[in-house]
Design a protein around this ligand. Structure first.
Ligand SMILES: Cc1cc2nc3c(=O)[nH]c(=O)nc-3n(C[C@H](O)[C@H](O)[C@H](O)COP(=O)(O)OP(=O)(O)OC[C@H]3O[C@@H](n4cnc5c(N)ncnc54)[C@H](O)[C@@H]3O)c2cc1C
Length: 295
């Protein structure tokens, strides 16, 4: 079967793109590997009308509403290869099945690469976070740590005092210059130069290599972000962002490759659920326009 559009990634961005296309009565396949970026946390925050709703529930309701429409198929699988064919694209999934589409929407999100610090991975999304807008408020203005990975961590350290008393743990990653020290001082950020050994405790403790234990209500890190290898396979142009590359799109979510649209975290330097839904709606409408009037 030749679909009008295959959407790779069936989370917030992909579901939103699918909804526009389904309502335009197009034949759509959504392929989803089931690894939403926020699956490590519970509540989703900051998305109008859904603030405090479980992240999984928002995705499940979106999927149920999309699947009410005729013409939409859902495939739980991972697309491993994608290439251009005459009149469209051919995709191969992880069970060797092939799927054809006239157009593609990449809604594949990003993968967070966490620092290799013992005790950190199991606290990701629970006590260790990346986004103050998503998780800062619930820390109730208590002690907050920023675990630096590079000079980019200055950004988090200067923001977080609005959410609590902030300590920047340099952990040997960079040394602030005089201007940066003045900026940190102006925001009342404490600078800690010792090295971190591990995270411990039911309430969060950062254990330093010199044996000290620093208690925090929450810890923020800037992760390294990785986009799907499919973007590279297809030859989509990428943009270098502060935390890694993302797919370059224009104001309609079209990538550099005719017939391929991208939306959500994979197509922006920093994302959230609301932005993914907005980008997805735009990508879906733009793909529909391309089906009607050409790419
Ligand atoms: C711990 C944590 C907590 C967060 N909390 C919040 C919050 O409270 N509020 C908020 O607004 N944002 C939050 N975010 C950010 C939010 O998770 C993302 O912005 C959002 O998930 C982006 O949606 P998306 O659809 O672009 O990508 P994702 O939700 O990451 O979905 C991408 C989907 O594509 C699938 N996929 C990838 N590659 C393939 C492939 N080759 N084949 C098939 N399927 C594929 C994945 O399995 C996944 O299901 C949080 C992030 C993290 C890490």
């Amino acid at each position: 079967m030749l679909y009008d559009v295959v959407i790779i990634g069936g989370s917030y961005a992909g579901l939103s793109a699918g909804l526009q296309l389904a309502r335009a009565r197009r034949r759509v396949l959504v392929v989803d590997a089931g690894e939403r970026r926020n699956r490590f946390g519970t509540m989703s925050r900051g998305f109008l009308t859904q603030d405090g709703v479980a992240a999984a529930e928002i995705a499940a309701v979106g999927r149920a509403q999309l699947m009410e429409y005729d013409g939409v198929d859902w495939l739980p699988a991972r697309i491993e290869r994608a290439h251009h064919i005459a009149g469209g694209f051919e995709l191969t999934d992880d069970q060797g099945r092939t799927h054809q589409a006239r157009l593609l929407v990449l809604a594949t999100g990003v993968v967070d690469e966490l620092p290799a610090i013992p005790g950190l991975a199991e606290r990701w999304g629970k006590q260790v976070f990346h986004c103050p807008y998503c998780h800062g408020y619930e820390l109730n203005q208590a002690r907050i740590g920023v675990l630096a990975s590079s000079a980019f961590s200055m950004h988090q350290a200067l923001m977080l005092p609005d959410w609590g008393q902030t300590t920047l743990l340099l952990n040997g990653s960079f040394e602030p210059d005089a201007t940066q020290m003045a900026q940190l001082q102006a925001r009342d950020v404490t600078v800690e130069r010792g090295l971190v050994a591990r995270l411990a405790g039911a309430s969060l403790e950062v254990v330093m290599r010199d044996g000290r234990t620093l208690p925090f209500q929450g810890l923020f890190i800037a992760t390294r972000l990785h986009v799907s290898p499919l973007a590279v396979q297809l030859g989509c142009a990428l943009v270098e962002g502060p935390q890694g590359v993302f797919i370059r799109t224009d104001s309609t979510q079209a990538t550099s490759l005719p017939g391929v649209f991208a939306c959500g975290d994979t197509a922006r330097a920093a994302g959230n659920v609301a932005l993914a839904v907005g980008d997805g709606a735009l990508a879906g409408a733009a793909a529909h326009r391309a089906l009607m009037f050409g790419r």
